[in-house]
Design a protein around this ligand. Structure first.
Ligand code: HEC
Length: 161
C-alpha cells in the first residue's frame, strides 16, 4: 500500500479528512520525501550527540541539511497535502523547523567563534557560555516542529530497521 493510501485511510478513520480543494500546481515530492526525512532523522541524532558532548564544529553543516530539506518541502509539498488549510499548516510546521534551524546555525557558529578565542579558560577547558543553552533550546524547538508536522501529516508509527 502506498503512503498516500495509508495516510488517507488513517485520516479517514480519524474522521478528520477535511473536504479538500484541489490546488493542483505544486509538484509532488513523491518517494523523495522518505530520503529527505531519513537524512533529517540521522542528522537530528548526530546534532543531539554533538550538543551534549560540546562538539560544535560540525553542527552548522548538519543543521543546514535539515534546513535545506524543509526548504524543499516548502517549495513542493508532497501530494498528500491537500486543501488550503492543510497547505497552510504544512507550511507553518516546515517554516517553524526552518526558522529554528537558522537560529541554531547562527548560535552555534557564535559558540564556535567564542570557543576559538578562549579568553577566560585555558584549553582544553571551555568557558561558561549560555549560548550553549540557547543552542539546545533551538534544537528542542526544531524537533518540536518535526513532531508537529508528523502529528498531522505522518500519522502512523515509523518502524526503525
Ligand atoms: C512540514 C512537515 C514535516 C516536517 C517539518 C518534518 N517531517 Fe518528517 N515526515 C513528513 C511526512 C509527510 C512524512 C511521510 C513521508 C512518506 O512516508 O512518504 C515524514 C516522514 C518522516 C520519517 C519516516 C521516513 C520513512 O522512511 O518512512 C522520518 C524518520 C522523519 N519524517 C523525520 C523527520 C525529522 C527528524 C524532522 C525534523 C528535523 C521532520 N521529519 C520534519 C513531514 C514532515
Amino acid at each position: 500500500m502506498t503512503f498516500r493510501c495509508r495516510l488517507v485511510r488513517v485520516l479517514a478513520a480519524g474522521g478528520t479528512l477535511a473536504a479538500s480543494v484541489a490546488l493542483g500546481s505544486a509538484p509532488a515530492l513523491g518517494q523523495d520525501i522518505k530520503r529527505l526525512m531519513g537524512e533529517n532523522f540521522q542528522n537530528v541524532q548526530q546534532i543531539l550527540t554533538n550538543l551534549v558532548t560540546a562538539n560544535y564544529a560540525t553542527i552548522p553543516h548538519d543543521v543546514g541539511i535539515i534546513r535545506d530539506h524543509v526548504d524543499a518541502l516548502l517549495q513542493s509539498p508532497p501530494a498528500i497535502v491537500k486543501g488550503r488549510e492543510d497547505q497552510t499548516m504544512f507550511r507553518v510546521y516546515a517554516s517553524a523547523v526552518k526558522n529554528a534551524a537558522n537560529n541554531l546555525i547562527e548560535v552555534t557558529q557564535e559558540v564556535v567563534r567564542r570557543d576559538s578565542e578562549r579568553k577566560t579558560a585555558a584549553p582544553p577547558e571551555l568557558r561558561v557560555d549560555y549560548l550553549r543553552v540557547s543552542a539546545a533550546q533551538y534544537f528542542g524547538i526544531m524537533v518540536t516542529g518535526c513532531v508537529q508536522c508528523h502529528n498531522q501529516f505522518r500519522r502512523y508509527i515509523v518502524k526503525l530497521k
